[in-house]
Design a protein around this ligand. Structure first.
Ligand code: ZN
Length: 172
């Protein structure tokens, strides 16, 4: 397999803080980007990736928690239930782990790459990853969930991000 041309953007890149725009018409370019994103996710040993993480401000995400690949366009959470808190890492914030409180179960609607409407009910890790990736589409990162103490703890890491190594098991 060819190596993907996509480069993962890390904390500090403006695109990570932008609101991604909805895709009006799904083109072959979107399909190509989605498969390249999937490849970049696998190469980074991640289980989810959102388009802003590869420099593209459009509402595209890929997710694979080991149960098959999802390529989702304009994903939208329509219902949430319960709560869970999992330590999350992020390919765009390497070396940082934050325990993030999220819904335990979500109901989501999205388009697939063939413009078909998908309805997904997800729980536990799958729900966590979907919420993490949809956050990326809103310009939100795991560090935004950090407590005051955690913010102090990661301050240096964020500064030294370029030389840090991945320490979190989950890279979303
Ligand atoms: Zn992430």
């Amino acid at each position: 397999m060819k190596e993907t041309k996509l480069k993962i953007r890390v904390f500090g890149a403006a695109v990570l803080r932008k609101k991604a725009v909805a895709v009006n018409r799904i083109t072959s370019e979107h399909r190509e980007i989605l498969s390249q994103m999937a490849q970049a996710m696998y190469e980074g040993a991640g289980i989810g990736l959102a388009a802003p993480q590869v420099g593209l401000s459009e509402q595209l995400i890929v997710v694979d928690i080991g149960e098959g690949l999802y390529k989702l366009i304009n994903p939208k959470i329509i219902k949430k239930q319960g709560a869970q808190a999992i330590s999350e890492g992020c390919l765009s914030v390497p070396g940082v782990c934050i325990k993030v409180k999220r819904a335990k179960r979500v109901w989501l609607e999205a388009k697939d790459e063939n413009n078909q409407l998908l309805k997904i009910e997800a729980s536990d890790l799958f729900a966590c990853v979907l919420q993490h990736e949809i956050d990326h589409l809103k310009g939100k990162l795991i560090i935004d969930y950090a407590s005051f103490i955690e913010k102090l703890r990661i301050k240096k890491k964020l500064k030294a991000l370029k030389t840090s190594v991945k320490t979190c098991k989950l890279q979303l």
